[in-house]
Design a protein around this ligand. Structure first.
Ligand code: 5IU
Length: 260
């Protein structure tokens, strides 16, 4: 069973991870495989954007530390909107330290990420202690991580071997790892979700190393299950219209892929 030929519905039963299952269910029921990267810098903008694009997304990706006015209220509102529109919260923290440190970064500090983010990103670089450290901080909550196995930026140091080793790490920790942030599909394992950033219509880069492909190319050529779109939506003159456009293009490409 190759991941790329399977519907999201049919992949639900391939995994016991409650968040992988939930995400497949949301994608299948809402008919969306769009994740918006909500890279805005105030709570007001974040909450307003999440409410507007909420009906069109399966996942909202945040960089919570770029907010200038973060507070518990930010989290209360985000969680309410996630429940209202049925999407998950995904903090792109890219944990990349020893287990003991990431456990503190996950559960403590100003952001207490473990209390509100369903999913977080993690670098495999430190070895699997990074995963064990995060898991030690969960305390019975339903949480998961996405391993960054390749980056979209030019000159990224993620070699083929690194990508392979991230796949092995994921296979050893399926109780926590939901999938990969990647630019290509190495694993055909239907349990793992492939998230692909660096997606934008009408642009090939941002002048600071970001490299873009279209939603169709991400899904049909690179094997993405979920596309992650930031400025293509947040900086559009009409973010809701843009979200609809990316959503339709991405879901159509997914449907085309599973037909073959
Ligand atoms: N992001 C990437 N590339 C990566 C990883 C994460 O762009 O390889 I891992 C993040 C950075 C930003 C979003 O939050 O995804 C993409 O935003 P734009 O669509 O605005 O470029």
């Amino acid at each position: 069973m190759d991941r790329k030929n399977c519907s999201f519905e049919s992949r639900i039963t391939t995994t016991n991870h409650p968040l992988t299952r939930k995400l497949f269910e949301i994608m299948a029921n809402k008919k969306t495989n769009l994740c918006v990267a909500a890279d805005v810098t105030t709570t007001e903008e974040l909450v307003s954007l999440a409410d507007k694009v909420g009906p069109h997304i399966c996942l909202l990706k945040t960089h919570i530390d770029i907010l200038t006015n973060f507070s518990q209220d930010t989290i209360d509102k985000l969680r309410d909107l996630a429940a209202k529109h049925n999407f998950l919260l995904f903090e792109d923290r890219k944990f990349g330290d020893i287990g003991s440190t990431v456990a503190n970064q996950y559960s403590g500090g100003a952001y207490k990420i473990v209390e509100w983010a369903d999913l977080v990103t993690v670098h495999g670089l430190p070895g699997d202690g990074v995963i064990k450290g995060l898991v030690s901080a969960i305390n019975g909550r339903t949480r998961g991580c996405v391993l960054v196995s390749q980056m979209s930026s030019s000159g990224a140091l993620t070699s083929e071997e690194y990508v392979e080793n991230c796949s092995k790490m994921a296979e050893n920790h399926t109780y926590f790892v939901v999938g990969f942030v990647s630019q290509s599909s190495k694993s055909g394992d239907p349990r793992f979700i492939l998230f692909t950033p660096g997606v934008r219509l009408g642009k090939t880069g941002d002048g600071l190393g970001q490299q873009y492909v279209t939603p169709r190319s991400a899904i049909l050529e690179r094997g993405a299950d979920i596309i992650i779109v930031g400025r293509g939506i947040t900086q559009a003159s009409d973010p809701v219209a843009a979200a609809k456009e990316y959503r339709e293009e991405a879901f159509d490409a997914y449907q085309e892929r599973i037909k073959h």
